[in-house]
Design a protein around this ligand. Structure first.
Ligand code: PLP
Length: 409
């Protein structure tokens, strides 16, 4: 009989979103007239920008003619997109087009990257954390079993809470792979240049690699906040960066992202010899991936056209106004809120020190609002709650009113 990958059996059964779904369904069944507003899952709600649609329509037309039809494209992405990314997203930074690998999204990339790293690396994640980093390491066999709080043996968890101003402390042990996500999901907070510099220096000293997830980079509104790890001196020797068009340009259903692997980045073989990592990722992608769709890449390239940039920015501004309204509405009733200034997520401290799930139930039953319990993102998320700014203005305004009704009463 075929042997399975036992490590999958260690996974805590995708608890968070199914459990939210179960509680919401049960509530709706019992209260069929309730108008439930969902501020839970981080999916975009606004349609694609006209410049993107036009480019994709044109690409479809190109596919209809012998003269312009395209079959398999380069596994690394078309030059037109890699060059546009290098020129716009990495303007003034030392990142070249051939260090950019286009893909069908950064969830896959942040999981797939583990293919090129050995099984014995010690992995550090922040707590709370985007669950994909943890689960993909469990699948790859780099952890033991989870404890009751959901923490896997063998992973190094770095708490990020209001107490440390959501700034991850450098670990006091050696770690080899470090996941950092800024702007952060779920806390909506950002890392200062100094914090990132301290992590890059740590990685340089320990020969560690930082896996930097900048999926929400385009939501940064404050000047001085780093958009890329490659703004930090020395990062080319220690970091890989993931980016996505999902939230930047509404591509959650279209699917496009990219990963930057600098040519200066090296790892060690099991015999202790230094090896460049760029060729390994190139090999991995060429073998296991056949490139993102041509039509999608044309759409992604249009994000960088003059019209595309303006349209995409307008949509981001719209979501960030939602975030501002949520923040202001909650602060007005004395709730402590974090994030929501440089990210589309507002992270709040539950009033009265309620547990995340108690607050969830209260909000659902009394205000017919759905958010995401912070404890679902990690043990240190207990007592916090995530709200997403991806919604209509009407829903956000109504949600704020209802919040004020239940919490103030
Ligand atoms: N990284 C973070 C931190 C995210 O929150 C998400 C999506 O929610 C992703 C990556 C996934 O992005 P993509 O849609 O490109 O797979």
């Amino acid at each position: 009989m075929a042997q399975i990958n036992d490590h999958y059996l260690k996974l805590k059964a995708g608890y968070l979103f199914p459990e939210i779904g179960r509680r919401v369904s049960a509530f709706c069944e019992a209260n069929p007239d309730a108008q439930v507003i969902k501020l839970g899952i981080g999916d975009v709600t606004e349609p694609l920008a006209p410049a993107i649609l036009e480019a994709m329509h044109q690409a479809v037309d190109e596919m209809s003619q012998h003269s312009s039809f395209r079959g398999y494209g380069p596994e690394q992405g078309y030059d037109f997109l890699r060059e546009a990314i290098a020129e716009h997203d990495y303007q003034g930074l030392d990142v070249s087009a051939d260090e950019i690998f286009v893909s069908d999204g950064s969830k896959c990339d942040s999981g797939n990257i583990l293919d090129i790293f050995g099984p014995d690396n010690v992995v550090a994640v922040t707590d709370p954390v985007y669950p994909v980093y943890v689960d993909t390491n469990v699948m790859a066999g780099r952890t033991g079993e989870a404890d009751d709080a959901g923490r896997y043996a063998g992973l190094v968890y770095i708490p990020v809470t209001a107490e440390n101003d959501f700034t991850p402390a450098l670990p006091d042990q050696d770690v080899d792979l470090i996941y950092l996500c800024y702007p952060n999901n779920p806390t909506g907070t950002v890392a200062s240049r100094e914090t990132l510099q301290s992590w890059v220096s740590y990685a340089q000293e320990r020969n560690a690699v930082i896996l930097y997830d900048a999926a929400y980079e385009s939501f940064i509104t404050e000047s001085g906040v780093p958009h890329s790890i490659f703004e930090i001196e020395g990062a080319r020797e220690v970091a890989i960066e993931f980016r996505s068009f999902s939230k930047k340009a509404g591509f959650t259903g279209v699917r496009c992202g990219f990963t930057v692997v600098p040519k200066d980045l090296q790892g060690k073989t099991s015999c202790g010899k230094n090896e460049a990592i760029h060729p390994l990722w190139n090999r991995r992608q060429s073998t296991k991936f056949n490139g993102a769709s041509f039509i999608v890449q044309r759409g992604a390239a249009a994000v960088y056209s003059e019209a595309g940039q303006e349209q995409v920015k307008n949509t981001i501004d719209f979501y960030m106004e939602n975030a501002r309204l949520l923040r202001a509405g909650l602060e007005a009733i004395g709730i402590r809120v974090y994030g929501g200034v440089n990210a589309p997520y507002v992270w709040l401290k539950t009033p009265g020190n309620a547990t995340s799930w108690d607050f969830f139930d209260d909000l659902l039953t009394k205000a017919h609002l759905v958010g995401t319990p912070g404890s679902g993102f990690g043990a240190s998320g207990e007592g916090y709650f995530r709200l997403s700014a991806f919604n209509s203005r009407q829903n956000v305004e109504e949600a704020v009113k209802r919040f004020q009704g239940v919490v103030a009463s």
